[in-house]
Ligand binder design. Sequence first.
Ligand code: HEC
Ligand code: HEC
Length: 484
Amino acid sequence: MKPMTPQRRIQLIALPLALLGLAIGVLLMSFDPVMIARRSSTSSIARSSRGNDVPVPLMVSFTSDELATIRTLAPLPSPPEDPTNAVALLPRAAWLGQSLFFDPRLSSTGNIHCGTCHDPARWFVDLLPVAQTIGVGNRNTPTLLHTAHSRWFAWDGRADSLWSMSLLPIENESEMGGNRVAIVRLLANDLQLRAAYEAVFGQIPPIDASRRSGLNLPREARPVVDDPQDPMHVAWESMREASRDTVNRIYANVGKALAAYQSLLNDGGSTFDRFVEGLSEDGLTSTDPMTQGELMGLKLFIGKAGCIRCHSGPMFTDEEFHNIGVPPREGKVPRDPGRYRGVELLKRSPFHAAGFFSDGRESSRGIISESLVNSPENWGRFKTPSLRSVIKTPPYMHNGLFNTLDEVVRFYSTLEGAVQLDHHQETVLEPLHLTEDEIRDLVAFLGALHGPGPPDELMGPPRRPFGGVAATSSGDSNGAAASP
Ligand code: HEC
Ligand code: HEC
């Protein structure tokens, strides 16, 4: 299609539209006086007597190029397949994952679960600048809505799959402080969890030594790479290699079940999604859910403000890592190495996409992780976060520095306090020098990117007990988690 200037488009659509309006007006008047009365009391959405929407021009005009760009941001498709997780779509795995997600027995203190920080009542975040449970972390908690769309996980991308990411907080000493051997014990001893686990992954071997082929597990153990003297590590090293492999296998499966549950989490579609859905070829709309300010913000977002350079596609992220110079929080030195350390951690994880426990070592995910090379430029880079649901998940940035979206947009406007790095600094950002109106509009647009939230049955532990091993393969291929 030939690009048109806004003026020309308005001329083009104005006349036919006026005629159309007139014709409909006459029709409505002669056949359905009630509709007329209702129409005049509502918005600019015109409805014919058959209930069909009659498109009206947008309050803000967009060129055909802009319209094409807008259509790259929505709708959000289903999450991509994850070939490294063979059970990602199994409802029974999701039931197990949902149980484990809200189970405080995964923590060393017995009172922390994933939902403590990723709180369903708070849009799957904690609303804190940085996470805080057993200890205080140094990163802001991201929402888990739509997380299955991500290419890399955590601000530094130190995990390359949702299932391997899900294992990290369990053994992190300042988050849940748990350990994989205790989790195998839990799975073996809890009847419900055991039934669910075995229905998805097969039998858990006997865990004590008194049984033939028993795993002979210590009470607690996990590898502690940085501290071989740690009692947990000593206990881990004391185990037979075959037992360690089995424990690792079960632990990886726990991550895969957690991922199956999280793959179901989405916010049900945003105002912006509805807007794009109602958008016709030539920039007319039949459902004008967005306000003028939000539309002006959208125009800036994809145009002058250049946000879409990084916040692109239906997830509003390029899935890349950038250093945009976010200042450290007070007194926080040394700075967070970001992606640089993320690559190091990924490469040494036994659970990455090309590793022994991946179901898709030959997949592109596996191949890319295998060949990933670190470079000094990665220092201080962080993942471009998705902006879906963003208004619900303050504070913002990897370190939770900004409390409001207004503060974030002002940062992009002035780059005040931005950390100037050495010669590796990307020169991607220039101060935007936005007007007060532009700041307000951009913030308004960001506020239109959330939906109603996930259905109730995903907002806590499963409501129904596990259907049991008897509930075999039927219904495995699709359907919701809550009913395995
Ligand atoms: C102490 C609070 C806390 C707990 C408990 C916690 N998380 Fe997180 N989660 C975080 C923080 C903070 C990050 C960001 C980590 C980083 O970037 O270093 C994160 C990141 C993630 C991500 C990556 C999201 C993304 O968009 O990159 C996933 C997935 C995740 N957590 C899942 C879980 C699961 C599953 C559990 C339970 C097994 C869990 N989390 C427990 C705080 C927590
Ligand atoms: C050069 C790429 C780039 C551009 C251009 C860019 N961003 Fe970002 N954005 C990022 C990165 C990277 C982060 C995370 C930075 C960090 O935490 O250190 C981020 C973070 C954010 C956040 C915080 C989200 C959260 O959950 O914490 C918001 C909001 C945001 N950007 C909005 C915008 C807007 C609005 C624009 C246009 C004015 C814009 N961005 C332009 C890369 C970019």
